[in-house]
Each structure stands twice: as C-alpha cells, then as structure tokens.
Design a protein. Sequence first.
Length: 229
Amino acid sequence: MDINEVISGLESDAKEITSLLEKCERQRVKDVLIQEQKKIEKELTHKRQIKEQQAKKDSGETRDTALKGYTVKINNYGWDQSEKFVKIYITLKGVHTIPAENVETSFTERGFIVLVKDLDGKNHQMTVNNLLYPIVVTESSKKIKTDMVLIMCKKKSTKKWDCLTQVEKQSKEKDKPNMDENADPSAGLMNVLKKIYTDGDDEMKRTINKAWVESQEKKAKGDEFDFSA
C-alpha cells in the first residue's frame, strides 16, 4: 500500500477515535480508546518520517535522508492562547544558532510535528496528534527565537481552550470530583464501590459481594444498609 494511503488511513483512525472520546461516557471505554490513540499516534509519526525520508531521496537530497545522531522527545514547553492563536513555546538552548532549515514543522487539523535536527549532536522532536480543537493548517506557523521555537496554531474558532490536548481533557475529567449538589449521595458511593470492585483482587471482590448480599437481606427486613458494618 502507498505510504500516503497508510498515513491517510491512520489520520482517519485518529480522527475517529477523537470523535468517539468526545462522545464516550464510560471511563473504562475511554481508557481503552486513549491507549489505542497513543498507538496510532506512534505509528503515524513513524510513517510520516518514512514519507519525509522517501521524499528527500526522490528529490536527490540524500545528504539529509538519515538523521544524524539520535532523536530525543521534547518535554520542555509551555503554552498559552490569544483569541485567534494557541501558542506553544518550546525551549531549546542554542536553537537560534543552527540553520533555520534544521527546524522543520508540519501541521494537521488536530496536531503538529516539530523536528529540530542536529542541535548539540542530537535531534529533538515533539509530536501532538490530539489537539483539543481543530486548527487552520494553512495559517499555522513557527518562529525561531533566542533559545526557543514558537509554534503558532491558528484556531478555527475563537473558543477558549481549557487545555492543549484531548488526552489532557480526558485526564482532568477523570480526576474531577462530582460537585453536583443535587446528586444522590448513594449513587456516588455505588460508583466508588464499583471502581473498587473492578480494580480489586479476588479477596476484595468477595468482600464486596458479601457486603452487598448482607445489605439486600437487611433491606428485605426493612433495615437500612449500614456501611460501617
């Protein structure tokens, strides 16, 4: 299969998973989808690198077909936003001293790749394929500043972003406590028990099952379930 068809298929898969995550309500299903999303992102990055190398080889640019040195993941960055742009600040000491063509970027509707080649004998890469909201590819760009690469992602809408990626949003929702004052306290407790049961070992499951059976017997007798028992 042609590399472009493979990449297109992976991008469609990533978009479909993002859509499913936005609609999904079950945390266990979300976790499965997030894991699959990470696998697709990894494979997509690999295929894009292959495509880039093939393009350089076909155009006769054999000197840069293989990256010199090893590639490290970019972890040191920050971000903020304006009404029109999401700005990612990538800190790389000395990046302004290397040739501008050594800093390569590519954008998709929900992501971007930054590859800084041959900086202090290493290559530096940042890949994001699950931005919180879509961006305008043709109006997104990079700027090289002193010890920094600035990525400018043009928003498709002026909506405020609460976080940078869909994965971060899912993580925040997972950890967010239920603050609904009208929520049924017993429903919250049951959710906690369900999670403990799902994550627990066989002994824990037997204990919870026993407590459940006893509670049903007490209810049948008109008693309340005493959770301190």
